[in-house]
Design a protein around this ligand. Structure first.
Ligand code: BG6
Ligand code: MG
Length: 218
């Protein structure tokens, strides 16, 4: 039987939380008088919390002490989590569950590979944690995407070589990480932004289960 390892990013791929990251960062940027647009936000997708703050501060040529940075990181995360207090399955993006269910039925490995330190509680709130054979998140890695560490760790946890792994990602950094790691990359989002991916779909409703089956048998 053919078996592959399907690695999913979390924010913006499985759940619609990318919008909440944006809102929380935008609030902080406004507080600091820094202009922060949805276009700027593309640079933050897939990027760690600490690095995201540095990018925002550099947009405003803003110098800050480590103490202030730590305070803002806590504030941003509290704001972000406040959007998730009542989170449930309704935040799962359209088309995701049929793909996860199909992979389970076909006995494929399913792994989470996310930069977020909030990944596990989010999977629990969305009631989908049981789909996953392994979870690697921002608490486990020291090198952020585009470094492939998060995906390589995920593959290792289920004993799969990179060439048998397929990564679903909504961020440029994540697609680069998959490519550098020697995995097949599937972009979820805008083709113009994710042009380095092996395949791109606007969202999971556009992914035919035959496409998934072909990846299994490739
Ligand atoms: C990524 C998001 O999944 O996780 C980024 O795309 C986010 O926007 C990063 O900054 C870290 O998330 P968290 O939940 O640890 O702040
Ligand atoms: Mg993402």
């Amino acid at each position: 039987m053919n078996q592959k390892c399907f690695i999913f990013d979390l924010d913006g791929v499985i759940v619609d939380t990318a919008k909440y990251h944006f809102l929380a960062w935008q609030k902080l940027a406004q507080q600091l008088g820094i202009d922060f647009t949805p276009e700027h936000n593309e640079q933050l997708k897939g990027v760690s919390r600490v690095r995201s703050l540095d990018i925002i501060l550099s947009l405003g040529n803003f110098e800050a002490s480590q103490e202030d940075k730590n305070k803002w990181l806590v504030q941003k995360n509290e704001d972000y989590l406040s959007y998730l207090v009542n989170m449930d399955e309704s935040e799962i993006l359209p088309g995701v569950i049929p793909v996860l269910a199909f992979l389970k039925e076909k006995n494929q490995k399913i792994v989470l590979g996310s930069a977020s330190k909030n990944a596990k509680p989010i999977l629990e709130k969305a009631k989908i944690i049981d789909f996953f054979d392994a979870v690697v998140d921002g608490n486990d890695v020291s090198n952020a995407k585009p470094d492939p560490e998060v995906f390589l760790q995920g593959a290792k946890k289920v004993n799969f070589p990179p060439e048998k792994c397929i990564v679903f990602e909504d961020s440029v950094a994540g697609i680069q990480a998959a490519n550098i790691g020697g995995m097949t990359s599937v972009g979820i989002g805008d083709e113009a932004v994710l042009n380095e991916a092996d395949y791109v779909f606007p969202d999971f409703t556009h992914i035919d289960l035959n496409f998934i089956e072909n990846l299994v048998n490739k």
